[in-house]
Write a protein that binds this ligand. Structure first.
Ligand SMILES: [Zn+2]
Length: 562
């Protein structure tokens, strides 16, 4: 698969714009009647087709074989050039994020004054991320929009129209605005199925439902994830492989967890969390999955259902509904909402999540863990309370989960060989040395894992070293070719992540260990599991005396044995 699916299946005609029929019909009609405006504003969430629609409009305006209804042919040399985004005299794409100033706008205005390259052609300027333009840049553009040269069309695309309204209200009144809709999971699912059929590939329905829900309204993201899942395996695409690729846990773990909560069995929380951590799952993603389940559970109690739920999830909700009432689920959602940001931020998300789950399991009990964590009060361990039992059970690494439905398959994902922890320091403003890189490396892995669990996992198979002030090399061993290739496909993402972590622009070079003997001799900048655990616990506990007390009382240290 050489061309990414998201690119290969990008629409070439207005009719192919999934869900955005209202926009497609209006633009196609304007082209057919020769009534295309001089300025358009396309708004909507990312990945719903705004830039694609702009390109199709440009194709339609300059197509050599346009249909009477306004559709471009998609095949002529002009159409192909525009669709590919290759250099074209008449269609210019500008990323406002990097060309946001007044000089860029002046340059644009001067260029717009020249007529199109051929009679009958239009000059189309597609400005992406338009909300990034400065007020001064908009003022320059306003002059063109007030007296547009013939044959010039500006298309502005943005996810944040409110920002444009704030900085450039007069411009808004000069633009025809189209609001793109979020693409629902069912529409995404159907489109993924079409693409797979065209590729002569097959997938389980639940696999596509998981991808569609994960993509959260963005078609491009859905196709990218599909690509990723396909490239890391062969044969029919299963829900299990998608879960593995996205770091999602399977419903049996969610079921075991909710059953433990419903049965007020805090001890089971540790067992489930142990398996979740062993599977290398992304904990923020796991918490998000719990939130979705609880929301679906509340809806179920009121006779509704979220769109596009996988079959197994539906069964789980029906099973849990008699055991967890809507009030319980709403209270749990509230606690989850309070903890969610901390899960994403914390150096030790597992403890934050575990604490949340314990609170769920103890919700109706006398032990008010909330007071302990908020105020540092001593943990009340009254006779008959579950705490001593928690500590006792947690000493065994895998207590039998009697409340789990059915047999549980072994985790399908091998735990990363070298888990990392977030560094104590950030490197901003200092010289790029090996030490600086080393201290940022675990943060890099954490960020990468949030973007793509597979990318994060691939990085744990790499060692990093500084080549020069602006270049970092990632070295993969001979048995890590798959991970090398995985990272190679995400080089731009890697450079962004490293730039953010190191506070400077970074180029990433990939190397194989055999090709870089010097690098292989360096000490890998990875922490052993033991070092990582003791370091993060010590740091966490020294920062937060309340957690220290809770950790002592709950014996979290012993639980943390993966
Ligand atoms: Zn054409």
């Amino acid at each position: 698969m050489t061309i990414a699916l998201a690119r290969r299946y990008r629409p070439r005609r207005f009719a192919d714009l999934v869900v955005q029929d209202h926009v497609a019909a209006a633009l196609r009609g304007a082209v057919a009647k020769g009534r295309v405006g001089h300025g358009y504003l396309l708004t909507g969430p990312r990945g719903v087709g705004k830039t694609t629609a702009a390109r199709i409009l440009a194709m339609a305006l300059n197509c050599e074989a346009r249909a009477a209804d306004g559709e471009p042919c998609g095949e002529c040399s002009s159409c192909l050039k525009i669709w590919n985004g290759s250099a074209d005299l008449d269609v210019v794409e500008i990323d406002a994020a990097s060309n946001r100033g007044v000089d860029d706008a002046r340059d644009l205005r001067e260029r717009a004054m020249y007529a199109a390259s051929q009679a009958g052609h239009h000059k189309v300027y597609i400005v992406d991320e338009a909300h990034m333009l400065t007020r001064e840049a908009w003022n320059v553009l306003l002059k063109i929009l007030e007296e547009p040269p013939p044959g010039v069309v500006f298309v502005f695309a943005t996810t944040e129209p409110q920002k444009i309204a704030n900085t450039a209200a007069p411009v808004m009144s000069r633009l025809q605005r189209f609001d793109f809709r979020r693409i629902g999971p069912v529409a995404i699912h159907n489109r993924l199925r079409q693409v797979l059929t065209a590729e002569k590939l097959d997938a389980e329905d639940d696999a596509l439902r998981l991808i569609a829900r994960h993509a959260d309204g963005g078609m491009r993201d859905a196709l990218s994830v599909l690509d990723q899942c396909l490239s890391f395996g062969e044969g029919i695409l299963t829900a299990a492989r998608v879960r593995q690729a996205l770091g999602l846990m399977d419903n049996e773990e969610y079921g075991a967890l909710l059953a433990a909560i419903a049965d007020r069995q805090p001890a089971q929380v540790f067992a489930v969390m142990g398996r979740v951590a062993d599977a290398g799952a992304d904990l923020a993603e796991f918490a998000g999955g719990l939130g979705e389940l609880l929301r679906a559970l509340v809806m179920h109690h009121y006779g509704a259902e979220p769109e596009g739920l996988p079959e197994s999830t539906r069964a789980l909700i029906a099973e849990m509904a008699p055991r967890l009432g809507p009030e319980d689920a709403v209270r749990m959602l509230k606690l989850l909402g309070d903890a969610e940001a901390a899960i994403g931020r914390s150096a030790n998300p597992r403890i934050v999540l575990e604490t949340l789950l314990l609170r769920w399991a103890m919700m109706d009990r006398a032990v008010d863990l909330r007071a302990i964590l908020a105020g540092g009060a001593p943990l009340p361990v009254a006779p008959g309370k579950p705490i001593p039992q928690v500590a006792a059970v947690s000493r065994e690494s895998q207590p039998p989960a009697k409340s789990a439905p059915g047999g549980r398959p072994a985790p399908t994902v091998a735990p990363p060989a070298h888990p990392s922890v977030a560094p104590g320091l950030t490197a901003h403003g200092s010289r790029l040395t090996e030490a600086v890189l080393a201290s940022a490396w675990s943060e890099v892995i954490a960020t990468a894992s949030r973007q793509s669990p597979l990318l994060g996992q691939a990085l744990t198979h790499a060692t990093s070293h500084v080549v020069d002030a602006g270049t970092v090399a990632l070295v993969f061993g001979p048995d890590s070719a798959l991970f090398h290739d995985g990272v190679a496909r995400q080089l731009a993402v890697m450079e962004t992540i490293l730039a953010a972590a190191l506070g400077r622009p970074i180029k990433v070079k990939l190397q194989s260990a055999s090709a870089a003997p010097a690098a292989a001799e360096r000490k890998p900048k990875r922490l052993s599991v033991e070092e990582a655990r003791s370091e993060r616990l010590t740091r966490l506990r020294s920062k937060d005396p309340a957690l220290d007390a809770a950790a002592n009382a709950l014996d979290l240290e012993l639980v943390d044995d993966d």
